[in-house]
Design a protein around this ligand. Structure first.
Ligand code: HEC
Length: 272
């Protein structure tokens, strides 16, 4: 008798579970969860080919120099680059004298505090200094760009897409996705995770910087170059690492040949 009761109770539980499952499945089929605005509108980064791609890639120093110019003339108004020192720029092909001049002429200076009086003042940058921190008074928090290509999925391609991806929202888009409507003070960019961000389009027109090497200065070119520069800031020793890889593989090949020779010599007279 007890057995029968527990069997029936168990059956009742299973029945309730099956019923709940049925209701859930029916609900999911008849009223699917509507696609969110982010799912519908967010885009993956555009493809971008750079010299630093791949396992033996190296940053093109001339492109990175152009990218540095874009950073200096545009992005550095709002974004810090505090993990990079002026003298690191020598790796991009700038001479000692050029680096000295870039540091001395840099718009913002290094803060100093007198250890005795506590008074704060400023002094000019030297090549050994890191790029001074930037304080942005506007809306939003511009992230430090030193490691940004490592910190965002898509890396350089994401930076390029973000800089070239600003759009105006069409009335149809707003009608279809009212919650994606750009709030006041933000800008619509489908490559940004939240669709709307507080960075005004920094590269709004062609010719914003004038390249010394004569490369046509279009928005796309500026965006590509600054993305290449930010690949370098995130990993300045990439070239050396990749070059060292070849040395290591070469050494391993030689070591393998030597080991095989030794094996042949040692076992020459042994029957096996
Ligand atoms: C007028 C100031 C301003 C300028 C100039 C500017 N930015 Fe920004 N940037 C911002 C602000 C503010 C944010 C934060 C946006 C947010 O989170 O809503 C931001 C965010 C970013 C982000 C991060 C996006 C993310 O995924 O979180 C990147 C990358 C970026 N900027 C790159 C650049 C580059 C490269 C330049 C130069 C071509 C540049 N910015 C110029 C203000 C600026």
């Amino acid at each position: 008798m007890v057995r029968l009761i527990s069997f029936l109770v168990g059956l009742g539980f299973i029945g309730a579970l099956l019923f709940a499952l049925g209701v859930t499945v029916y609900g999911a089929v008849t009223e699917p969860v509507p696609e969110s605005a982010t799912e519908a509108l967010h885009r993956e980064p555009k493809p971008l080919a750079l010299a630093s791609d791949g396992f033996s890639g190296m940053v093109d120093p001339r492109q990175a120099q152009r990218g540095f110019q874009v950073y200096k003339e545009v992005c550095s108004n709002c974004h810090s680059l505090s993990l990079v020192a002026f003298r690191d720029l020598k790796k991009l092909g700038y001479s000692d004298a050029e680096v000295k001049k870039i540091a001395a002429d840099w718009g913002s200076k290094q803060p100093v505090q007198d250890p005795k009086t506590g008074d704060r003042s400023e002094r000019p940058n030297t090549p050994a200094d890191h790029f001074p921190k930037v304080y942005y008074p506007g809306q939003g928090v511009p992230p430090d760009l030193s490691l940004i290509t490592k910190a965002r999925e898509g890396g350089a391609a994401y930076i390029y897409s973000l800089l070239t991806g600003y759009e105006d929202q069409t009335p149809e888009l707003i009608a279809k996705h009212p919650d994606a409507k750009t709030p006041d003070g933000l800008y619509y960019n489908p490559y940004f995770a939240n669709l709307n961000l507080s960075m005004p389009p920094p590269l709004a027109q062609d010719g914003q910087v004038t390249y010394a090497d004569g490369t046509p200065s279009t928005v796309k070119q500026n965006a590509k170059d600054v993305a290449a520069f930010l690949v370098w800031t995130a990993e300045p020793e990439m070239g050396e690492r990749h070059a060292l890889g070849y040395v290591v593989v070469g050494f391993l090949i030689i070591a393998t040949v030597l080991a095989y020779g030794a094996y042949q010599t040692i076992w020459r007279n042994v029957k096996h």
